[in-house]
Ligand binder design. Structure first.
Ligand code: CTP
Length: 435
């Protein structure tokens, strides 16, 4: 659990020096100087301020300008030699610096929602208004950057008090209806920070869920929220909370919390941790594994419906489907006695995306099968015969369909330790060509 710095300061200049990476601090001071030149108030806002007060270091920055954010972003990019990309419709821009933080810059604005779950209509406003349109009090915080007032806190709704009380609190009762992604965000922040929603917030969240508003979320926004949730440190806890609050069944009626799911989520957590320890250079799309865990044991129709609801890419859906469709057969194959040879393990697992292999590891109950899958992921997967089609040709062998067969046999021999050098491989290739 995170502990906020106490007592809550009205000026956070010192905290900024202590907790922000030096580069971010320099960028913020430069933004303050430019704001003075342009005669506009500028603030760093949102999650960065929350994290700063919690003593957590963050890298990317969100700035809000009481004035024209896009003009400010262009001038800032010019000053700092950064690249600017402008999103006109939202009055926002992103400045990217070489080896520096990514800086999102927005015009301070008010938002109104034409209908629940739609994207908001936007009008320029003050920083106070800008904070009042936000999700939770702990995120409705800003720090002024203009040189004279650098580090001054703007706390629209006692966000500092809620940080101290470890409370997630919405700013108005329609918050979850206006933007149902906040349902997922509330659960995510609860688990990440070890905070709890206060009672009125929880009541509004339950009411919003009961209206079916999650059903209005576009596939893209829903899957983005789930991705963010499942990329956190404790996705299992967030899934449990979604089950408890009835969020899972609003995604699909067949999704529900169960002891079986709880066990699966724990095993996925262990398998991911093993992968991070053993193969730190190979990054996994961890969130995919949690989707696989949610879908485990469901019949093909709901699986297809859920994949459609989440509008995943073809590749992502394929990784999930592969785990779902083949887990049982592959695990049975690996559990056979006598124990399969390395080449059999390779043939059983080759071609599956890395995430699917880690999911199979999580699904395996027997220690011996787990060891085989681990050996595949760390070793067998990388094994290749040293000879290629071209080297077979240079040995005087005639190209043709038997090349593929020979290369396959060479790979098996390498995997099983039947050949251990290039010379032995060449001998075996000649022998195979003669047969
Ligand atoms: N925000 C909001 N409602 C949302 C999404 C975002 O009010 N549905 C506001 C919050 O003030 C939030 C800020 O926009 O702090 C930035 O959003 P985002 O980058 O998504 O969140 P962070 O709070 O920075 O969270 P994280 O630490 O996960 O990046």
């Amino acid at each position: 659990m995170q502990k906020p710095a106490q007592p809550m300061p009205a000026n956070v200049r010192e905290l900024m020096i202590r907790h922000l990476p030096a580069r971010s601090h320099i960028v913020l001071e430069a933004a303050g100087r430019l704001a003075d030149e342009m005669g506009v108030p500028v603030f760093v806002v949102g999650g960065i301020v929350r994290d700063l007060l919690l003593g957590v270091s963050t890298f990317d920055l969100d700035l809000v300008v009481e004035g024209n954010g896009i003009d400010f972003a262009r001038a800032f990019a010019r000053d700092t030699g950064g690249q600017v990309s402008v999103h006109d419709r939202f009055g926002t821009a992103t400045v990217t610096l070489e080896e520096g933080p990514r800086i999102d810059i927005a015009t301070a604005r008010k938002e109104s929602y034409a209908q629940p779950a739609a994207l908001p209509l936007v009008v320029p406003a003050s920083i106070q208004d800008d904070l009042l349109r936000r999700d939770f009090t702990i995120n409705a915080l800003a720090v002024r950057l203009n040189a004279q007032r650098f580090g001054e806190m703007v706390d629209a709704c006692n966000g500092q008090g809620d940080l101290a009380a470890q409370r997630i609190r919405i700013l108005h009762s329609r918050s979850f209806l206006d933007d149902p992604t906040r349902i997922f965000r509330a659960i995510r922040f609860e688990q990440r920070l070890g905070f709890r929603m206060d009672r009125p917030t929880l009541a509004c969240l339950r009411d919003a869920i009961a209206t079916g508003v999650i059903g209005h979320l576009s596939a893209h926004r829903l899957s983005e929220e789930l991705k963010r949730m499942f990329a956190e440190r404790h996705p299992g806890r967030a899934i449990a909370r979604m089950g408890e609050l009835g969020v899972l069944r609003t995604i699909h009626p067949k999704l529900a919390w169960s002891e079986k799911l709880e066990g699966m989520l724990k095993r996925v957590g262990h398998a991911v941790a093993w992968h991070e320890r053993s193969l730190p250079k190979h990054k996994l799309e961890v969130w995919l594994l949690y989707v696989m865990a949610l879908l485990e044991g469901l019949p093909p129709k709901p699986v297809a419906d859920i994949l459609k609801r989440l509008a995943l890419s073809k590749q992502e859906a394929e990784a999930i489907r592969a785990g779902h469709a083949h887990a049982r057969t592959v695990l049975r194959r690996l559990a056979k006695r006598p124990a399969p040879k390395p080449s059999d393990v390779y043939r059983a697992l080759a071609g599956f995306p890395r995430e699917t292999v880690v999911f199979l590891l999580a699904s395996a109950k027997s220690e011996s099968v787990k060891r085989l899958i681990q050996a595949y992921a760390t070793t067998y997967r990388q094994v290749k015969p040293s000879l290629t089609g071209a080297s077979l040709k240079s040995l005087g062998l005639k190209p043709g369909p038997q090349f593929k067969k020979i290369l396959g046999r060479l790979l098996d021999a390498r995997l099983n330790g039947d050949v251990n050098s290039d010379m032995e491989e060449r001998e075996l290739a000649r022998k195979l060509a003669r047969v």
